[in-house]
Ligand binder design. Sequence first.
Ligand code: ZN
Length: 335
Amino acid sequence: MVTKSFPKQTTRREILRAGGALAGAGVLAGLLPGTLLSKPKAGSGNLQQIASSADRLAQMRAGWATIPLQTAKLRDNIYLLSGPGGNMVVLSGADGKVLVDSGIAAAAPKIKQAMDGFGGAPLKLLVNTHWHFDHTDGNEAMHQAGAVIIAHENTRKRLSTPQDIAAFGLHFDPAPADAWPQQTFTDGTKLYFNGEQLTLVHFPPAHTDSDIYVRYENANVLHMGDVWFNGTYPFIDPSTGGNIGGMIAGAAQGLAIVDADTKIVPGHGPVGDKAALVKSHDMLVTVRDRVRDLKAAGKSKEEAVAAKPTADLDSAWGKGTINGDVFVTLVYTTL
Ligand SMILES: [Zn+2]
């Protein structure tokens, strides 16, 4: 479901406060897509707020740009690229490279340089796991470098039209046309490249309404996009269809197609395995159940947050972009 307006001031202030604390580290930037100008909203749209919103986003992009690009080999001819944006995966070979997600635009030269170092033929395809900025900001550069961009239909829809992330009070103009996927699908599609089969499958709305996973069938690697944050509470984007029920279902969908040897790439956090994904799934269920009980008992969102239902979990899961209070707010809002 699309939640057009995030429940009001308290929530928004809390989230912005949490985000502000982390923006310096460039972490929150990862959640934020688009081309970056705020617009006035009824009752809150003064010039100062607009400027601070745009400035905050510019700071986030700059923060991401300072994070070094790291490379790691996952399997023969399959590499992880991490740092400036969401986790990226490269499949290399004689047919041409397939890149999953494109990081932030400022990192595009480094990403291209790293891919050149893997040998094989030049970049041919770019797959987006979803529409968010930290996974698509490099799209324009990668397309201009020769890549055809493939993604879910909703990723093209989101990138080619104005978007808002109400939880952060942010508005995004359409991305440049070269950044839009040239090829889209609705349920799924398959790519046969370099002796590998890549299976792309749409998740029902989870983190957004545009999420897919990418499964490397022969290599036994799975890229979950932002349907999995390994080791932290995830961001859920209610403005573009995200909801806690979908996140739980998405984790279960991933678990159903992996085994103990599968290397599972999250959108954010270290590469993990089935056991780690089980832990995340179970945490999501626990928080969902607790917040649902509070909501069912008639607690308001503020009362639910004040009840600290994640107090025993926060030391383990609340150290990322999303702290316990923000996560409870996101869960409550999307139940
Ligand atoms: Zn995302």
